[in-house]
Design a protein around this ligand. Structure first.
Ligand SMILES: Nc1ncnc2c1ncn2[C@@H]1O[C@H](COP(=O)(O)OP(=O)(O)OP(=O)(O)O)[C@@H](O)[C@H]1O
Ligand SMILES: Cc1ncc(CO)c(N)n1
Ligand SMILES: [Mg+2]
Length: 551
């Protein structure tokens, strides 16, 4: 590949960013002969830029290699960022000829021209996060470090790509020292897989989680703020476990290991998703969790795809566009706002008033319930399953998610939207393993530690209470407003308040104005009443009033 000299900055651009242009030594309007713009044209152009700045788009610049099969590299990075709502620009470091069999050829882009691409993007666009993939030579790593010193960004994600999964070398041992000595100290996070971690540490062997922890600690000493050692390629592990280290604490991120041949590009995708989430403003822990969840979901939805004849196929980054839930307005995908008016059934109460579970659920939705949970502690399993199937049908047709309390087996059998578990039920991460990534999982939590664990376990929301004393749960300690406030403020997941809530006190719960508190869950206030739809409607109008008075 030949490098062509960089032309002068286009005149129009020079008018928009005269200071940036001057800094870079580009010709500015006053120095560019024959370029003139009236002051009104210039003012209009500036106002276009100013209004564009009011609507920023999280921006990731990927510095990586092209993969002709489009499963990894630049192509994966752009798709991953797009799927997560970030804009992705690119500086291409190498063009590879590769497919699902392996890498057939590599054509490195001259280092100077990598620098020119970096300068073009970084001098013009507001890049939030730079993500690196294949950096084929020490020279490219140095060029990148220089560019980053000149144009600092909010965060740097370094995926130290060295060997493709097919075993082909993408970056030789000569780059190792430059990675370690120059790039790592600028990085917010470095994301080696186990083989790369081993190479970075002089070929130490890594076989266990404890080895991954030690490796993360050693790489941390080379200067990055966080290290994520990825366990996708750990043999004999039924889970896909990654280890995050922030210099003090280790976090094990445990996900399902999806049985599929389509894992080409998981590493590039994970790093790009972390970059996209950071660009959107997430904390590192959140960004890594969201990224892992994305990879897991994409693999799950692509597990049976057949693209290419080789052993390692690509997966579909835009799987959500294809899923029926996306096309039909999404019943499966969790929307925290669905927690607004959360109806929990109780068979005893409905029996007492002479209604079936199905009629009770129908009435609650008619009155405005936004999510329903079947909590049928006393029902026989067969009878419960039949009722659940009928409720799923109604809920699907009315666009309201239906969750099952405790019973993962019943949820699977009736294809419910998800499961709600308590502290003494199956742990949320095991439920996730059974239900897969697309279902909703809620966990009852009373303490900060429980809320933290629910988040780590991959739950979607927590139920917090009992806020007030309740008759539906024996020996249930009451948290009161203070307990609710403490958990809500610390919770990384959306919260629904539960326990003794009714039309008389629901307003005061919402008035707390806690940002994470998305709604209230009610049992007796709806179902231990004669007219379920009317009670629900009344509660909804109370909640709406208080939700509105907050905004
Ligand atoms: N089969 C799988 N099921 C679920 N998650 C997986 C699977 N394989 C990899 N992952 C996850 O994908 C992410 C990338 O990990 P991996 O160890 O595969 O990186 P990598 O080897 O750098 O990627 P690549 O294969 O693209 O080079 C990690 O979060 C890992 O846990
Ligand atoms: C270009 C490129 N970057 C990264 C990887 C790692 O998956 C790959 N196979 N190809
Ligand atoms: Mg891998």
């Amino acid at each position: 590949m030949t490098s062509v000299p960089l032309p002068p900055l286009p005149a129009a651009l020079a008018q928009y960013r005269p200071s940036a242009a001057a800094t870079l030594g580009f010709r500015t309007p006053s120095s560019a002969p024959g370029v003139s713009a009236s002051s009104s044209t210039r003012a209009r152009r500036f106002s276009v830029i100013a209004s564009a700045r009011e609507m920023p788009w999280p921006h990731v610049l990927t510095v990586a290699g092209s993969d002709s099969s489009a499963g990894a590299g630049i192509q994966a990075d752009i798709k991953a960022c797009a799927a997560l709502g970030a804009y992705c620009s690119s500086a291409i470091t190498a063009v590879t000829a590769q497919n699902t069999v392996g890498v057939q050829g590599i054509h490195a882009v001259p280092e100077k021209f990598v620098g020119e691409q970096l300068r073009s993007v970084l001098s013009d666009m507001s890049v939030d996060v730079v993500k690196t993939g294949m950096l084929p030579s020490a020279g490219v790593v140095k060029v990148l470090c220089e560019s980053l010193r000149k144009f600092p960004v909010k965060a740097l994600v370094v995926d130290p790509v060295m060997v493709s999964t097919s075993g082909d070398t993408l970056s030789g041992p000569s780059t190792l020292a430059t990675y370690r000595d120059e790039l790592f100290s600028m990085a917010d996070i470095v994301t080696p897989n186990v083989k790369e971690a081993s190479k970075l540490l002089g070929d130490v062997s890594l076989h266990t989680i404890s080895d991954m922890r030690n490796a993360a600690e050693s790489i941390y000493k080379l200067g990055p703020k966080y290290v994520l050692v990825k366990g996708g390629d750990m043999p004999d592990s039924s889970d896909a476990i990654d280890v995050l280290f922030d210099g003090k604490e280790f976090t094990e991120l445990r996900g399902l290991r999806i049985k599929t041949r389509n894992t080409h590009g998981t590493g590039c995708t994970l790093a790009s998703c972390i970059a996209a989430e950071l660009a959107k403003g997430a904390t590192m822990l959140h960004a890594v969790q969201a990224a892992k969840k994305f990879v897991e979901s994409a693999l799950y939805h692509s597990k049976d795809l057949v693209i290419g004849n080789g052993p390692q196929g690509p997966f579909d980054h835009l799987f959500e566009l294809k899923s029926p839930s996306y096309k039909m307005g999404s019943l499966q995908k969790f929307n925290p706002d669905d927690l607004f008016l959360y109806a929990v059934t109780d068979s005893g109460m409905n029996k007492k008033w002479g209604r079936s579970i199905k009629d009770a659920v129908k009435a609650a939705i008619e009155g405005g319930a936004t999510i329903v949970q079947l909590r049928e502690k006393d029902a026989e399993t067969r009878e419960f399953l039949e009722a659940a199937k009928a409720c799923v049908e109604i809920c699907k047709s009315l666009g309201v998610p239906l969750l099952i309390n405790d019973r993962v087996d019943v949820a699977l059998a009736c294809d419910a939207g998800g499961v709600h578990v308590g502290q003494s039920d199956i742990p949320a991460w095991e439920v996730r393993g059974l239900l897969g990534p697309g279902k909703i999982i809620g966990v009852s939590c009373k303490t900060l530690a429980q809320a933290e664990q629910a988040w780590k376990d991959g739950a979607d929301y927590i139920g917090c209470g009992g806020v007030f004393p309740t008759t539906t749960k024996a020996n249930n300690p009451t948290l009161g407003f203070e307990g609710l406030r403490t958990v809500c403020l610390a919770s990384k997941l959306p919260v629904v308040a539960i326990g003794g809530i009714n039309a008389g006190n629901a307003g005061s719960v919402m008035e707390l104005g806690l940002p994470n508190l998305k709604g209230v869950a009610v049992v007796s206030a709806l179902f231990d009443r004669e007219r379920v739809a009317a009670e629900t409607r009344n509660l909804r109008s109370i909640l709406m009033k208080n939700a509105h008075s907050r905004s």
